[in-house]
Design a protein around this ligand. Sequence first.
Ligand SMILES: [Zn+2]
Length: 901
Amino acid sequence: MQTAVVPRAYPRFIFKGLHAYGLLSPYGFLYGIIDFLKQVSGFDSSQDMVLNVMGHDDSGGKLTFEKKTNKVLFKPPHDRLLSRKTEALNKIAKKLGGVLYVPRYRSLSVHLLGGCVAAPDISSGVCNPEGQVFDASSPIGGVHRGLYICDASVIPCSVGINPCLTITAAAEYISRNLIRDLMKDIVYVEKRNLSNKQPCSVFKVMKNYSESKVRFTEIMRGKLGGKQCVARLIVNLNIVNKDTQKKSHTQLQGKVSGYIECKSIEMERMHIIYGWVDLCETKARTPYTQYMNYRLLLAASSGARYEFEGRKIMNPYLLGVYAWRESTTLMVTLKKISSNRPGNDLVHHSGKLHISLFELLKSLWSMKGESKYKFMYLLMQSLFRTYCLQVPRGSHHALFDAKESTQKPYPHSAMHDLITGDGVKIRIQHWECISFPGELKLQRKRHPVLLVNGYSTESYCLPTEPTDLVRTLLNDGHDVWLLHGRCHWSIASNDFSIEDIGRFDIPAATAKMNEFYGGSIKFHLIGHCIGGLSCHIALMGGYVSTKQIASLTCSNGSMFYKLTKSTMVKLWLPLLPISMMVLGENTVLPMLRESPTSFRHKLMKQIARLIPRYERCTCDECEVASGIFGNAFWHENVSPDMHHWMNMTNLPELPMSGFRHLRKICNAGFVVDSDGTNCYLMHPERMAFPTLYVSGGRTLLVTPETSFLAQKYMKTHQPSFRHERVVVDGYGHSDLWIGEKSAEKVFPHVRKHIRLAEEEEEEEESVSKSGNEGMNEALSWSHDPYEEDDEDEGYESVSDAEWRFVMVDLRNHGKSAEFVKDLPPPHDLEASANDLANLITSERWKWPDIVVGHSLGGKVALQFAQSCVNEWLGTNIRKVEEDHYAWSFNLDGALQMFNSY
Ligand SMILES: [Zn+2]
């Protein structure tokens, strides 16, 4: 530290500063008072003089923090010249006839240097020469990522002269390193987005930053990972970019700065260090859809880096009814970028952010820049094209490159003809697992797998794809059997219900497998959509013995079947009766363009085209199919080859007669027989095996509630078996199986489930059954964490949930006895349990996950739990009207259930 002098004003506060400053002359104190009085009275102005001696100390000062006392301690550096300086100054003071005030112990400094000095390692300094702060907890040389020191404090010793330029040089040197470090992250984010054709490199963006012509601020609010989140984005558009040909499009791309605030993730604001927005992105697979993409790299004060991906998806659904909602809702995923290994994302949050009408108007109002009207015009034009004109941007056919069988030949299979119990001829395809040397390790042969398809379309055996479920299971060492039931297009029968598949087709398949292996064997059952429904009919109806089932896997179908609102509307409209009328009873609708079509078929196809759906397609067959079913998959998940195969080969014709029964099931929300009678749901005892229910997280046709309810039902009724549920992010319906990335996103869950089921079985065989000690989970009434809720409440990630405890004084107890009068008798357990329910509803809480009680309280808790499980779905407290709950009890159902036991 450099030596300096007492600041000019110091003597005025001499009374406060006496402990720090010594007086060399015994009269100094008196002089101080006289001088002070002179100034106060205005009699004479102060005659202070500043004396300055430059020099430098040995840089040995130390600042330490004492944990015990919470004190910061300072050991001043030794100044060898202090005494000589004082001596010289004193002489000058004497000559001038004044009094010298100097620091008693040390020199002062006006050029403060050091404090966080740079050093080769942590033993001698705080940061390395690059300004990165050492991390005491990490191995030698480890630093806190993103934390830099970039000022005078890194300079380790006094430089003896004015250090202004030295500080500047050090700061510039460190900044260069800081930028290099930052670029690494940006390049990493860019690399990940390379598939999305990131239009230009960061360096260009930075260089052209000043050329932006439109600037506005967007404030979005919503929930991220279930917690409140605010995003303030400053958008700069129209950065000149020569790489892109379309001029209008470049106007809708730009740079984003600002910050995101989400206290549950980071206490302080996460600042955007790199942000790119594209307000009109299109994808070749979804030519009708417009995307608005926000890709941001966030830096938090903790040193963590986050990758933020926001997307608005705009589909021209039904003249743009969702236009407002879609264009103001940003679907967000936030990933923490691992500091050590990029690509290994640690934390993953998802949520939605909205911009309110007020905020939108405000940001339009605040828009600045010379080309803002042009920008608004272009934005409106792109939205008009998407929602009103509904003109596709490109075509699906252009994507498909008809490369000829470069792939390996499909594994050999045998086709067996079967006659079902009611005399219908169906078929089953069988792949035998050829064990290769690696498989010899398997000590026991693995159980075969029976696959049941969804409505008429093939989901498991996909010759165009590099892999599919059939080949995956074969590689895992399973025999695979694929049922071509009566709703398969190749089977002539077109007078059937879903029930028939469960009642006759699956038992016939089981019989064939038993015959093939010689005896009653165990197998894994996998069903998709109505395949899942028919599996449940077969099992809960008792048509297939429970003992034969090793495990059950169902995707978007279970004993429950909950449809999306738009699909329900489609069902509710008399579309099916009309189509039946148009086609004539029990007619098959030819789907392929080449097939000869009658007038009725043409009419039917035209009707189908008019029906609204989420995603439109430039492919004619796809349009008809999605008009009838609704979209079965998200186009972006399905490869062009697969799309082509789906529409050209997979579904040449569509049998319509199964829809009648399907409609009854959809209306009930669970499996019923072909007359609409509820005769399956009361047989949970027939479901004694592990289950896995899979749903798509980006709902199409069937909602995730289907798997949620199924898992609850199984956990309640078969607690001694493993029951799992998976919601696959970004997937809809059949893309779960036919998607380009199904093999990495969906199949692993199925393979794990099957493997665990076989391991559990082996364990069970080795350890003789020891009672009913299964998983005894606490009854929970929590919301489905995957539920897509349009209202703001409800979406809460389980991992983020915090516990809240509510202590209740029961009726006639404690404070309740004191203050609550006139509670209607009888004062019994049931009434007390009812009080609990009333309390929860009146306070608008969520239903409790756990109810704990002691003694009488325990009895009440039991009563409460019992009332809740008596009904099959988990609770018999039902919403009757908005905000009004009542206890309801399906007496008929309970009676049926009772009788069936
Ligand atoms: Zn399509």
